[in-house]
Design a binder for this molecule. Structure first.
Ligand code: GDP
Ligand code: IMO
Ligand code: MG
Length: 421
């Protein structure tokens, strides 16, 4: 058995949560492999909205295990809140959640460091979600991090205090006022409460389950253009969001990666700073934000909106080895007479290319291809062929541009509003 992977191909918030929730019944396990509570994956069930940050999007189904892999950075307090919210809805999280012992802890001081770093950057700030993600991953590569499995060891508190001391001395050099005592008490208490949940040796667990013939879907967080190596660096997150991250984030070998689902929005959004070649700073951008309700699921910030960026999606298909595409939020384009897609980037000396440069400059121009809009509300019918011709033309044109089949088309936030092609 192989691990299938589902990845966002843009700058995050493509609708990964909804699609994972739809696909989940085909799997025995859903596994997060990178990122942390910077993610916000939204799922609507019976008209009720749920936002998951660290817990995988298979948690609403019976009989499916949900793994938080070793590549994930975990804030015990935020994870506990998430668990309690689900338990309050009657979901038996305890039997369905598996936490990798090698997952890394986000300490309260990581959050303070995140804030201090952003403050210091001033106008150059990344627009981080301020969840402590980058400082936690910096401690991983700096070989200082604490693994969540270490909470069971007798010297945990000593290790914790040593790391906090290190962080405090860093914060002092940044002239940053630290005030997280109350948060620290709650954080330490959350660790005690988490001890009653299931902890696993993720790499052994995953490989043994695959050997038994069990099916696993790895759920990406963020998106390819936020990947620390291949995204719009430095305006990225601090993990490998691409399918390659699954190997290091769960402990599976490359030949065990199977199907790769790539999720794109019918247009494009970005939250936080950094280049966005197809961004629309005008009424059309406002129209997309309003129609798509484009406000961050984690921070509530308005998302920047623009047309689909084809060079970025093609690049993401290549990097991830996408075998099939899933396009979401097609309904958001219902009332546009013309739809545009950025097909090439134009450099300062007027050369056109669809290659993603080493650094995308802030003022890069795009050349667009235009498509006729369908300009009407869509009644969901289960029959893809009954959809307006311009809608189907947009989909088939994108398949040609991306040289990858589109197998799922989403037209609403609910589980049911999905055409399978
Ligand atoms: P994720 O981080 O990739 O899981 O995506 P988010 O949950 O952050 O953002 C996607 C938003 O779009 C959520 O509010 C979803 O409920 C919503 N959504 C997903 N698919 C569709 C769709 O096809 N149409 C509409 N209108 N909303 C959608
Ligand atoms: P999901 O999984 C959209 C963005 C932040 C910021 C940059 C770095 O819901 O798609 P970080 O907190 O990681 O240091 O922030 O990355 N970002 C996201 N944008 N969706 C996400 O996750 C994101 N996670 C981080 O806005 O620009
Ligand atoms: Mg999101």
């Amino acid at each position: 058995m192989k691990v299938d992977v589902l990845i966002g191909l843009q700058w995050g918030d493509e609708g990964k949560g909804k699609i994972v929730d739809y696909l989940a019944p085909n799997y025995q396990y859903i596994a997060r492999y990178q990122g942390g509570p910077n993610a916000g994956h939204t799922i609507y069930l019976n008209g009720k909205k749920f936002v998951l940050h660290t817990i995988p999007s298979g948690i609403f189904h019976e009989g499916i295990g949900n793994i938080i892999g070793n590549g994930v950075v975990i804030n015990p307090l935020s994870l506990l809140h998430e668990i309690k919210n689900l338990e309050a809805e009657g979901i038996d999280v305890k039997s369905k959640l598996f936490i990798a012992k090698k997952g890394l802890l986000i300490l309260p001081t990581h959050i303070e460091l995140d804030k201090a770093n952003e403050k210091k950057r001033g106008l150059q700030k990344i627009g981080s979600t301020l969840r402590g993600i980058t400082p936690a991953y910096m401690d991983k590569t700096g070989r200082n991090a604490i693994k969540i499995g270490e909470i069971f060891e007798s010297n945990f508190k000593e290790k914790y205090n040593n790391l906090v001391e290190k962080h405090i001395s860093m914060l002092k050099t940044m002239d940053y006022e630290l005030d997280n005592k109350a948060y620290e008490t709650e954080w330490l208490d959350a660790i005690e409460q988490l001890k009653s949940y299931q902890f696993i040796d993720c790499e052994y667990f995953v490989n043994q389950e695959l050997k038994k013939g069990k099916r696993i879907l790895a759920e990406g967080a963020q998106g390819t253009m936020l990947d620390v190596d291949f995204g719009t660096y430095p305006f990225v997150t601090s993990s490998n969001t691409i399918s390659g991250g699954v190997c290091t984030g769960l402990g599976v070998a490359p030949q065990k990666i199977g199907e790769v689902y790539g999720v794109i929005k019918a247009y494009c959004t970005r939250v936080g700073s950094g280049p966005f070649p197809t961004e629309l700073n005008d009424e059309t951008g406002e129209q997309l934000r309003a129609a798509g309700n484009e406000f961050g699921a984690t921070t509530g910030r308005p998302r920047r909106c623009g047309w689909l960026d084809a060079p970025a999606v093609k690049y993401a298909c290549m990097l991830n080895g996408v075998t099939q595409l899933c396009i979401t939020k097609m309904d958001v384009l219902n009332h546009f007479e013309t739809i545009h897609v950025g097909v090439t980037y134009k450099s300062e000396n007027n050369e056109s290319s669809d290659i993603i440069p080493t650094v995308i400059s802030d003022n890069i121009e795009c050349e667009y291809q235009s498509f006729e809009g369908w300009n009407q509300d869509l009644a969901y019918s289960n029959d893809y062929n009954a959809l307006p011709t311009p809608f189907k033309n947009y989909i088939s044109s994108l398949e040609r541009i991306f040289e990858t089949p589109i197998k799922m088309v989403s037209v609403g936030p609910e589980r049911e509003s999905l055409y399978i092609l």
